[in-house]
Design a protein around this ligand. Structure first.
Ligand code: NI
Length: 172
């Protein structure tokens, strides 16, 4: 399993809902959690690893010792409040970060890996991460949310970052 790098087309793909929670899905979830920790990320969406389904994993506990992975399937944003601008990064955009404006407070409903109803609510890193990951499921990366000026700067910088990391710019 690998993490696809921007601007791979799967990152711009709107993911389809999960219809069945089976053994194959459990395996995918376990692999995603392991990869997220290995890559030192706080969240990872299924399309980032090549599966265009509405599922992401995250861990905003930021504790090295006690890991607390959260699995969210078929999430829906049910409420938002306020607005806040904060720095964001993404495992599909290594060595790049930028400020993004999002809702300050958010409520999300979905399902956990056992198919039980799940409700997450909060602000700060949790709110930021939830919005970032749900964006991925809709084919949106955080750089898509930059102002036209900042996006232009990003577009100039990005090929150089990829070259430095020795990553080929692959769209397919
Ligand atoms: Ni991301």
């Amino acid at each position: 399993m690998k993490i696809y790098v921007y601007p791979h087309k799967i990152l711009a793909t709107k993911s389809r809902p999960v219809k069945e929670i089976d053994g194959k899905l459990q395996y995918l979830i376990d692999e995603m959690i392991e990869l997220m920790y290995k890559a030192k990320g706080v969240g990872l969406a299924a399309n980032q690893v090549g599966e265009a389904i509405r599922l992401f994993v995250m861990d905003v506990s930021q504790e090295e010792e006690r890991k607390n992975p959260i699995v969210v399937i078929n999430p829906k944003i049910t409420a938002t409040e306020g607005s806040v601008t904060d720095e964001e990064g993404c495992l599909s955009l290594p060595n790049y970060s930028a400020k993004v404006t999002r809702a300050k407070r958010i409520e999300v409903k979905g399902y956990d890996r056992k198919g039980r109803e799940l409700r997450l609510e909060g602000e700060g890193l949790l709110a930021k991460c939830l919005q970032h990951e749900i964006d991925h499921l809709d084919g949106i990366c955080f750089v898509d949310r930059l102002s036209p000026l900042k996006k232009a700067i990003f577009r100039k910088k990005w090929p150089k970052i990829l070259a430095k990391l020795n990553i080929r710019d692959e769209k397919e």
